[in-house]
Design a protein around this ligand. Structure first.
Ligand code: ATP
Ligand code: MG
Length: 138
């Protein structure tokens, strides 16, 4: 089933000059880039995006990091996009990520882990709507 997912190239990967290399991995993985935007986000915007993690000990550090510099917001499309992107990304902690995954290649640490991808259809719908307007997704 053709499906859309939401992804972010996180500030660590943008800063280290890996935006293009990560986009190449995504395209090689068969994803179509439906919409893409480079921007910086505020701490408040990061807190709204990661609201599901508000009670976690790493919430303040995570949202400070996500608002620390430019990132790249994307809507991606392919058959089985949500699960396939998570597979291409690799484990949250790059120390546990499989060989050949984006996090294995480009992530620095558990927090500075290069890329975000939605984890379920409901979260993908929320995350796409949080960052993109309908007219940007035609
Ligand atoms: P993402 O949501 O960014 O795609 P994920 O779904 O693999 O990552 P989550 O459990 O949703 O992982 O955590 C969100 C982000 O919070 C992680 O990508 C990571 O950067 C950070 N994070 C998760 N656990 C920790 C932790 N124990 N300490 C510090 N940061 C963490
Ligand atoms: Mg997550």
């Amino acid at each position: 089933m053709i499906q859309r997912t939401f992804s972010i190239i996180k500030p660590d990967a943008v800063k280290s000059g890996n935006t293009g290399a990560i986009l190449a991995e995504i395209e090689k993985g068969g994803f179509k880039i439906v919409s893409i935007r480079k921007q910086s986000i505020s701490k408040k915007e990061a807190e709204g995006f990661y609201a599901v993690h508000a009670a976690k000990g790493f919430f303040d550090s995570l949202t400070t990091f996500m608002s620390s510099g430019p990132l790249v917001l994307m809507v991606l499309e392919k058959d089985n996009a949500i699960a396939d992107l998570r597979k291409l990304m690799g484990a949250t902690n790059p120390a546990n990520a499989e060989e050949g995954t984006i996090r294995k290649k480009f992530a620095e640490s558990l927090e500075h882990n290069a890329i975000h991808g939605s984890d379920a259809p409901e979260t993908a719908a929320f995350e796409i709507g949080y960052w993109f307007a309908g007219y940007e997704l035609i």
